[in-house]
Design a protein. Sequence first.
Lengths: 499, 141
Amino acid sequence: MPRRLAAIVAGDIAGYSRLMEIDEDGTHGRVKRIVRDLIEPSIVEHDGKLVKTTGDGFLAIFDSPVEAVRCGIVIQQNMVGRNASLPKNHWIEYRIGVNLGDIIIEADDIYGDGVNIATRLEGIAEPGEVYISGGIYEQIKHKLVCGYESLGDRKVKNITDPVRVYRVLPDAAAYNGARKRRETALIFLLSLTLMIIGGGALWYLLSQFSTRGTDRASGAASSQATKASPQPQTALSGAPATQQAASNVQPLAAAPTVPQVSSTPSPITSGAAAIHEPEMTPLLGGTFAMGSNEDISEKPVHHVTIKPFAISKYPITVREWNECAGAKVCTFVATGKDDAPITNVSWSDAKQFVAWLAGATQKSYRLPSEAEWEYAARGDTQTKYWWGDQLKHGMANCKDCTDAAGAEQPVKVGSFDPNPFGLYDMGGGVDQWVEDCWHKTYQGAPSDGSPWSAGDCNSHVIRSGSWRNDATYVRPANRDNYDTNVRYPTHGFRIALSR
Amino acid sequence: MKITRLVILSGMLTMLSFAVQGQDKPAGKNAMVYFVWPQNGATIKGGFWCRFGLRNMGVTHAGDDYPNSGHHHLLIDVKEPLNSSEPIPSDKSHLHFGAGQTEARIELPPGKHTLQLVLGDAKHYPFNPPIVSEKITINVK
């Protein structure tokens, strides 16, 4: 029976059955996501091993007590962020206990006093906190920069000797400070809302009063104007001058009609049927040399064979994105100009868009693979840029490569020359997500043009560089990565279609 | 009808007030960002785990607008001064940790390098005043 000394981390969710009662499917899904996206990677990152997960908890072992506690802190700090946007009764909060002990290791479980003590510590920990035993404390007290509050010796169930317990304060002052500040912020917001509603009511009453005043004064003209407001186009021809006059005389009276107009659903959703599909450019495919020797991430240069496929002529625009938002699939309505590229989207947002488009059109729309993107960006060239080896002014939208510096960014799609394949903005403009998970180099990359999905999928590949990057980022071989679920203001995407 | 109008009106006003406070987030009192590892002047062989410390504020996911919290950015060999009126750039010398990471595996070519941490708000803007670590120099062998 193999025995060894290990730092044991036990965690479970406080009030799991209560959460399951509120929303069984939702809670189950969220917990699974947390285990996949946070718990498992955090354990691996700290050189630990996940022993098992139960419905509401997990058990892991670490060689190093410092890494074990650090892993606990990372999990707790991340959970704060994950809960932030939810109402308090939906919070998922872990209690975590860490103990150092001699354990018996079997294929899929661990046994021993040490394990029991870790789970007891977890049991007495407050939600969101990490409790450690005296044994762990002795190992880490001078190594890990954080506070420790001694809770004295505690008698724990079925263990003869009392256990010395410490509470870990990753950041004592911040913890209490944040809580107080959160309360004041909430009260402030509440009173702000009340004040605004009160103010709005007052304003409305006042404006109603004065509308009635002008009604009587200017008679038919202004009543025509108010009647016209839901359909401005048809009515404007009737009495544009009078309407303008009425609103000039009494600007307050015009204000309440504004939300009314904007509250009618956008034409896209009311039109429902026709989806405006992005313009796609078919490409023949073939074999090309992917990568370059300019940066370690672009090595080694390797041959890839691309099957015929189509790629969108431009990055996806605000207008195209908002059709998805109008269908209530994409989670936010973009505010930029209609023909500007969509920005501030995460990889997951981009995936949501292609899934919606594919479903709505019954076509296999998807994100391009990284290899397909570079093939399309090169346009059958092997030079540094698609137009040659020298940077040419005005060829792409990047920092220091245009005079558009003062322009409002991002400029509309297709503002620069297309590459030899007739594709616009393949380099510069907006960064573009592709399907592949991030790999630091091409060592082991597929050669058939398929997306490379294994690896570090907490971040995905972005291509093209943006208007905020310099000329090295415009090169078709350039590659970078970003957190999968994080939005950034220069990140957009284009789409592909299998043929 | 009147009530709907009223609700829409007040809703719009509330949104307006939020839009205005989009950036220039106040820094936490006595907030401090620092390197747990490496220390200034350290000599390092090969890749290393860079560990980020934050005092008096919390680390959260980018996009989560939560008071008194932010996420880390690591600036490698950056010479330009920080522009507080723009989101922190994203490129090979400005690494973002928007998933709430508090450490990262860093691999740098041999030679002297500078490292600096900057805390960003939900929209990747620096706080006001900026929460910035000491710029440390390390020597990679």
